[in-house]
Design a protein around this ligand. Structure first.
Ligand SMILES: [Zn+2]
Length: 327
């Protein structure tokens, strides 16, 4: 079969007697909209330039877009991106690149089901589409045509809602809103009842806010590495989120993977003037990078505006924990 736009037009329609290659969905409570909503979300991220290569991650951007459509379409079921993210595999154009140890998921014959967002994040590195389909979706004309197939065949009575929804950058808006507020402290109840999808979006928005404020640079060592849309730093918490639920800018630091790890384990801390204190118990052998101890007494790389600098009470909390560990 030639995998051209005609083929994928049929693929995106519901499966039926006259269209045996269509999307296979549950019909127990009407046609389940999960798969078309996820496909619309992927298409939107391609259109926004947030998916540039044929690699679809279960990212905060994708989840926020999926939840946006779900909400705007007023679908009367609980949204769960894990279901279509897993089950689209049986439709023949959606393929898993598994993480080490989960290779069996790459075989379409595998009977093992991994459907929760948490377990999918652990097992699947990313999804890739048929090359032919990805090419069609990167071309504006064929992308538009396939989007219309999804809208007309699955959501014909909700085209206005969908058009409005398509123009909203869900994750961008959440991140901007968070930045405007200076971040947010959550109530314990709110954190306890948050599902894993919302948690990924919340954590992703904090990371985006902190890393962009710090110019994608590690506050400890100054490292900055960009690779298209990716960068090497995390949004680290000074007072741990698990205890304080504090996602304010003033409780954040942009740190590279190594220094985030070391900061969480109290291998270094900070003085009130933002100079670094490195534990004297470290043994280091660092032939090709500056050793951590060399940063002792140096000042953090901080954003220009003092408005964004870490709060002194957060630093004091971390320093006390560091001193307790050392004593
Ligand atoms: Zn670093």
């Amino acid at each position: 079969m030639i995998k051209d736009i005609k083929y994928y037009r049929c693929k995106f329609l519901p499966k039926s007697k006259s269209n045996k290659i269509g999307l296979n969905v549950s019909r127990s409570a009407g046609l389940a909209p999960n798969k078309p909503v996820l496909l619309l979300s992927v298409i939107e991220l391609i259109e926004r330039g947030q998916i540039q290569r044929n690699r679809i991650y279960l990212s905060p951007e994708l989840i926020a877009t999926f939840l946006k459509f779900w909400h705007d379409l007023e679908i009367q079921r609980n949204p769960d991106i894990g279901l279509p993210f897993f089950h689209l595999r049986s439709d023949g154009f959606w393929h898993f690149k598994a993480n080490p140890g989960f290779d069996y998921l790459e075989s379409p014959q595998s009977k093992i089901k991994v459907r929760t967002v948490g377990s999918l994040s652990q097992a699947v590195e990313y999804v890739y589409l048929d090359t032919e389909l990805f090419c069609l979706l990167t071309d504006p004309i064929s992308r538009n045509e396939l989007t219309l197939v999804l809208i007309d065949s699955w959501f014909a009575n909700k085209t206005e809602q969908l058009e409005r929804s398509l123009s909203v950058d869900a994750f961008g808006n959440i991140s901007e809103e968070l930045l405007k507020m200076g971040g947010k402290v959550y109530q314990p109840e709110e954190v306890k009842t948050t599902d894993s999808q919302t948690r990924i979006v919340r954590d992703g928005a904090f990371r985006r806010m902190i890393t962009s404020i710090y110019g994608y640079r590690c506050a400890f060592c100054g490292l900055k590495v960009l690779n298209n849309l990716e960068n090497i730093v995390d949004g680290a918490h000074i007072k741990p989120f698990s205890k304080f639920y504090d996602n304010r800018i003033s409780n954040g630091l942009s740190l590279c993977k190594n220094h985030h790890w070391a900061f969480d384990r109290l291998w270094f801390s900070l003085n009130d003037d933002y100079t670094i204190v490195v534990s004297d118990s470290l043994f280091e052998d660092s032939p090709s990078a500056t050793p951590m101890k060399a940063f002792h007494g140096k000042r953090l790389f901080l954003p220009k505006s003092p408005h964004y600098h870490p709060r002194l009470d957060a630093i004091a909390w971390h320093r006390q924990a560091f001193l307790n560990k050392a004593s």
